[in-house]
Ligand binder design. Structure first.
Ligand SMILES: [Zn+2]
Length: 313
């Protein structure tokens, strides 16, 4: 066997044989992810080696879950990708952005309907710059966050005055920390092997407490991208480039993942949209959301999913 004598080797991959959610092995390709890390050439040459690679996104025949056909072998691939050096101005703008407030307010309203006043402790996983825990605290929750990025976690703690942990969830569980509500908003789609991730989440939910998970609807986001590509010549549909989105859920896959992680009373419904851009674009998103609330989470208009589930006693 001849070895390439190139000094620069492309990044490696290891195949994924079974659905991360239901374990089925019938996986059909639905899209292709392209890797582009030229911006990391100085900061992380090993990550930059993945530039130009492609991997299929495959969909499970059993539950509809979408995942990569193969995963990068580079150790801590995701931690390295998310080691982004944001500017102070960008971080501050993120904290003051109202784009996700419709989502945040619905989550707080729905959790308040489930958790009695006086017991309202909350842990937000992937707390980013802290806007959600800030809003939660204003509504009377004893809110804390988990954020691994050193810059955003420091900002979140400073801006909110609330505890923001830069710790692995397993460490928080070991310390005996438990919360009546644990939230993951636009987080689980960034994590491979979501059942294992949710099992770790369950350990910090108090007995009888709730988890709230918001993710994009995988197949509907892909359908929207394919439609956009038909309408705009030259537009390339993107749903999984760099595996930024690595776990692509259907309502059924999200319910199965929560149940397999040990949660009960699972409910999945369409999630409120992110609101930014022009007034017609916002109005369009709100109209699609209103229709999806009537038609249900499996309708093509449900672009995002919101799940609630309870940790058994
Ligand atoms: Zn599956």
């Amino acid at each position: 066997m001849t070895q390439s004598t190139k000094s620069v080797q492309p990044g490696g991959f290891v195949p994924v044989e079974a659905c991360w959610v239901c374990g089925a092995r019938t996986l059909a390709p639905v899209a292709r992810a392209i890797f582009e890390f030229e911006g990391y050439r100085e900061q992380d040459p090993a990550l930059a080696e993945y530039t130009g690679a492609t991997v299929d996104l495959v969909r499970c025949a059993g539950c509809g879950f979408g995942q990569p056909r193969a995963m990068p072998t580079l150790p801590d691939y995701f931690g390295r990708m998310y080691d982004q050096r944001w500017s102070d101005e960008w971080i501050d703008a993120e904290f003051h952005s109202t784009a996700k407030d419709a989502i945040f307010r619905e989550v707080l309203r729905d959790l308040a309907a489930r958790v009695p006043a006086g017991e309202r402790t909350l842990l937000d996983l992937g707390a980013h710059v802290g806007r959600f825990i800030h809003l939660a605290a204003r509504e009377g929750w004893r809110a804390e966050g988990v954020e691994l990025n050193p810059r955003t976690s420091a900002y979140a703690a400073r801006a909110t005055g609330l505890p923001v942990h830069r710790a692995d969830l397993r460490d928080l569980a070991e310390e005996g920390r438990r919360y009546a509500a644990v939230t993951l908003t636009d987080v689980l789609e960034h994590i491979p092997e979501p059942v294992e991730a949710l099992q770790a989440v369950r350990r910090v939910v108090a007995p009888g407490g709730w988890v709230a998970v918001k993710v994009p609807h995988g197949p509907n986001q892909l359908r929207k991208e394919l439609l956009r590509a038909r309408l705009r010549p030259g537009y390339r549909p993107t749903v999984a480039d760099n595996l930024v989105h690595v776990s692509h859920f259907t309502p059924r896959a999200l319910a199965i993942a929560l149940e397999r992680a040990g949660f009960v009373d699972v409910q999945v419904r369409p999630a409120a949209p992110e609101l930014f851009g022009s007034r017609p674009s916002r109005a369009g998103r709100l109209a699609a959301y209103a229709a999806s609330r009537v038609l249900g989470p499996s309708s093509p208009l449900a672009l995002n999913l919101q799940a609630y589930a309870r940790a058994g006693e």
